[in-house]
Design a protein. Structure first.
Lengths: 329, 293, 253
């Protein structure tokens, strides 16, 4: 079958495009192309390119890969092409975590130092993971997919409302919250990139190893179990991977919409494959998408920046609209 | 003999050198030593910008945030974004020796990771402001000027308070910062200035500096004078139950322009001006009372 | 003859009701047993419980050993299941779906072995879907998809096959093919247990398990007149059985 060839072609094209965008990302910023030209001769320019632009560009790519992977996992787990990685409540949990941290820093300066060390990143990650755990507890384990979905929706709404309450109660944090929720790669340094790389590796492993289980799941829960899969464990491992990938991405770049939803769709439009390849390709596609959105966000209104989450919402929404119209014809 | 003289000279020279290493404590409680006052400063807080300029170090500022608009010299400087969306690249490109920002700014972690020195100052009250001014004085090597500035600012407030006619004293005031409504309570900077002017704030400090109020609360408190920081407020009389409020019946409402709003809201060197603005409002609106008597 | 599947004290509760209640049941090995009965009799529930796909009270043995003592993968290699509600992803190729049947034999990672490839090819040729193995499931008709799913079940190469309504969407020639496949399997010593509502096809089985209201109404050889009587009875005498060309045919009354 030439499917293997097609998969390699698609993967190669995405890698090449990503590399091109990475290089472009080095050249774009509020100080223009100058730092790249000055490069070695000027230490500050060097720092701008290597310590600011490069990590945030690579970071955008990594965050996109995490979200693309999360999307493929969510759509496979829930057997629903409209699933996105935030389904189990991780987005709302992260928002609540960040809002509580901001209140803590503002209110109690002594606790603030602990809060600053934990950072918005840590608070967002802890919030995301806790939200998924609450969803699992509500659904009483991983047994039933429908119950998981419903619990996820409930948790998302309740925690989201709680975060809104916190912001109302301490309105000073409203601006910081909004900045977080619109998503941004501005704060990504090399440590952040390292963290995301670690999370990507940790979540890719179960995703790839259990990809055949995801294929089997398309036959239905009963049939998948009949093929000798220990379904509760398989589901638990996949949900853990989903929570880790989504939590890490949200913690570092905030709430970025649509990447997780759209990446698997785009891959499926290009090549029909089993989950083994889909999981990896969706990850690459997600990286490419967020990288492109980030470069655009920095370039459109240079030297000002658009929040990257706004761009992904516009682009993602546009794509889905196109998909809808194409389907109706 | 020459040897002893030499040693003595060395000692004498060493003393000011040792004393010249200034130690600054910022609002996070972090101590930092400064051998020389920084000559390239980026400030991300409008109130801190104004303070730095008031201490005569305006020419040492190389970048400010989007909202720093006074004095005109600062407004003309490169703007590097706000506290939440500070442009890391632009700040680094300006090669600052110190960046001044607030306690909870997310960008401080990133800037410190890039090797920049960061100081957090967040003056929220009169006591805060005094401390911040003193620390800025130490940082800039202008301690004497900082003390003099503080004395001047206080005198300015006293003068504004002294010029108030007796009818303007003791009025119950409600200061609305935003139309949700968010009010300035006793414990806020504005509230503390109002207290120095002898006014009574209907919003107690226990609710926090800027509480979001239930409009009912204001109706019950029945203030005699209302100050509005937000021009875009819907006419107050249209708020249910507010027509009966004393201040509204007697039309004792002061609306401040955005420029005046800046002066009032920023705890900084324009404190006497802020006090004067509020004193003028108190005097004007209570004039009717005096004339009636 | 030993039994491939034996159930004792099998009770299944669904939605607060007791849906299946079977005191003792022995499915003979090396034979094809068809499960028949009126709608809602609990045939699918019984089959799922036997396949350990539903929680149940009581004990079920597979080839003489308690189901619960079988390691999962070993059990999956010994017992294959074809459900009524298998959809399959639109994007999976027919070949991919058939290869899923080899999951109990394959390691977590790695390419399919020669044995896997041979099993899939042989299964797909049997159900005549080998020629379009590169077509995605979404582009197949209902009957074509069912044949792919059948191939998936056959690819497991298990001793025992449990199938729930395997003839859905299949036209008459392909129903006949399925019949021949089952006969071949039985000849090689395998056991087939299938729920069928096509009584005409069911009457070709070696044994008939007649189910009514969650209980075993009758279990016996298909040719047995007693079985025929039980069949007529369970359908309230609204069918009649006739022998035509040495095959039994069912006609509604």
């Amino acid at each position: 079958m030439n499917r293997a060839g097609r998969i390699s072609l698609v993967a190669g094209a995405m890698a090449a495009l990503s590399l091109a965008l990475l290089l472009l990302g080095l050249a774009i910023g509020s100080t223009g192309f100058e730092p790249v030209r000055l490069g070695g001769s000027d230490p500050v320019a060097w720092q701008i390119v290597w310590d600011i632009r490069l990590p945030r560009t690579v970071g955008a790519w990594m965050a996109g890969m995490l979200l693309g992977l999360g999307g493929a996992l969510a759509q496979g787990l829930f057997r629903n092409p409209l699933a996105d990685p935030y389904l189990l409540g991780s987005a709302s949990g992260a928002t609540l975590g960040v809002s509580l941290l901001l209140v803590l820093i503002g209110a109690v300066p002594a606790a603030g130092t602990l809060g600053l060390r934990l950072g918005m990143t840590g608070a967002a990650f802890v919030g995301a993971v806790l939200a998924v755990l609450i969803t699992l507890a509500m659904a009483r384990g991983v047994q039933q997919t429908l119950r998981l979905l419903l619990a996820g929706v409930v948790v998302s709404m309740v925690l989201g409302a709680a975060a809104s309450l916190v912001v109302l109660w301490v309105p000073d944090i409203m601006r910081a919250m909004q900045a977080f929720m619109l998503g941004s790669t501005a704060f990504l340094g090399w440590p952040a990139v390292a963290v995301m790389a670690g999370a990507l590796l940790l979540s890719l492993v179960p995703a790839v190893v259990l990809s055949r289980a995801l294929d089997a799941l398309t036959l239905g829960e009963a049939s998948a179990a009949s093929l000798g899969l220990a379904m509760p464990w398989v589901r638990a491992a996949l949900i853990a991977a989903l929570a880790l990938a989504t939590g890490a991405a949200v913690a570092q770049v905030g709430l970025v919409a649509f990447i997780g939803l759209v990446a698997p769709h785009l891959v499926r439009a290009l090549v029909k494959s089993t989950h083994g390849a889909l999981v990896l390709l969706a990850s690459l596609m997600g990286g490419l998408l967020l990288l492109a959105a980030d470069v655009l966000a920095r370039w459109l209104l240079a030297p000002q920046e658009l929040p990257v989450g706004v761009l992904t919402a516009l682009l993602g929404g546009g794509y889905l609209l196109w998909l809808m119209n194409r389907g109706s014809r | 003999m020459k040897r002893w003289l030499g040693l003595l000279l060395l000692l004498v020279a060493a003393v000011p050198c040792a004393m010249a290493a200034a130690e600054v404590v910022d609002d996070r409680g972090q101590r930092s030593r400064w051998a020389d006052p920084p000559q390239r400063i980026v400030s991300l807080l409008p109130s801190v910008t104004e303070s730095v300029c008031a201490l005569g170090a305006c020419d040492r500022l190389v970048g400010v945030d989007d909202y720093s608009n006074w004095p005109p010299q600062a407004k003309a400087l490169p703007h590097v974004g706000g506290l939440e969306d500070a442009n890391v690249e632009r700040i680094v490109a300006l090669r600052p020796q110190v960046v001044l920002l607030s306690r909870s700014a997310r960008v401080s972690e990133r800037l410190e990771a890039l090797g920049l020195r960061v100081l957090a100052f967040e003056p929220d009250s009169l006591a805060d402001l005094q401390r911040v001014l003193a620390q800025l004085g130490v940082l800039l090597g202008r301690e004497a000027q900082a003390q003099a500035l503080w004395r001047e600012m206080n005198d300015g407030v006293e003068r504004a308070a002294a010029k108030l006619p007796p009818a303007a004293r003791g009025l119950r005031v409600y200061f609305e910062v935003a139309s949700t409504p968010y009010a300035a309570s006793e414990s806020s900077f504005i509230g503390q200035l109002l207290a120095r002017l002898g006014a009574a704030n209907v919003v107690p400090g226990a609710l926090g500096p800027f509480p979001k109020l239930n409009p009912e609360f204001v109706v019950k408190a029945n203030p005699q004078l209302i100050m509005l920081g937000d021009r875009n407020t819907v006419p107050l009389a249209t708020r249910p139950g507010w027509q009966g409020i004393d201040a509204i019946r007697r039309e004792r409402i002061c609306v401040f322009t955005p420029a005046q709003g800046d002066v009032l809201v920023r705890p900084g060197p324009r404190m006497p001006e802020a006090a004067q603005l509020m004193a003028d409002c108190l005097a004007r609106k209570s004039a009717g009372e005096g004339a009636a008597r | 003859m030993s039994s491939a599947i034996a159930a004792r004290g099998l009770h299944v509760h669904l939605g607060g009701r007791e849906v299946v209640q079977v005191d003792a049941l022995d499915i003979a090995a090396g034979q094809w047993t068809a499960v028949v009965g009126p709608n809602g009799a609990g045939k699918t529930t019984l089959l799922k419980a036997l396949a350990q796909l539903l929680p149940h009270a009581g004990r079920v043995d597979l080839m003489g050993r308690d189901m619960r003592e079988w390691p999962l993968r070993e059990r999956a290699r010994a017992l294959a299941w074809l459900g009524q509600d298998e959809h399959g992803a639109q994007d999976l190729l027919a070949w991919d779906v058939a290869m899923l049947g080899r999951l109990p034999h394959r390691a977590w990672l790695g390419a399919p072995s020669a044995a896997d490839l041979a099993a899939v090819e042989s299964a797909m040729r049997r159900t005549q879907c080998w020629d379009w193995r590169a077509r995605p499931l979404g582009q197949l008709s209902g009957g074509e998809r069912q044949r792919v799913l059948l191939a998936r079940a056959l690819a497991v190469q298990s001793q025992v096959l449990l199938m729930d309504e395997p003839l859905a969407n299949l036209d008459a020639p392909h129903q006949a093919d399925w019949l021949l496949t089952v006969r071949e399997l039985v000849t090689t010593g395998r056991t087939v247990l299938s729920v069928l509502h096509e009584l005409g096809v069911a009457l070709h089985a070696d044994q008939l398990l007649v189910v009514r209201e969650g209980r075993v109404a009758h279990l016996g050889a298909t040719r047995d007149p007693g079985t025929h009587a039980a069949l007529r009875e369970v359908f309230d005498q609204r069918i009649s059985l006739h022998e035509v060309d040495s095959q039994w045919v069912v006609l509604p009354r």
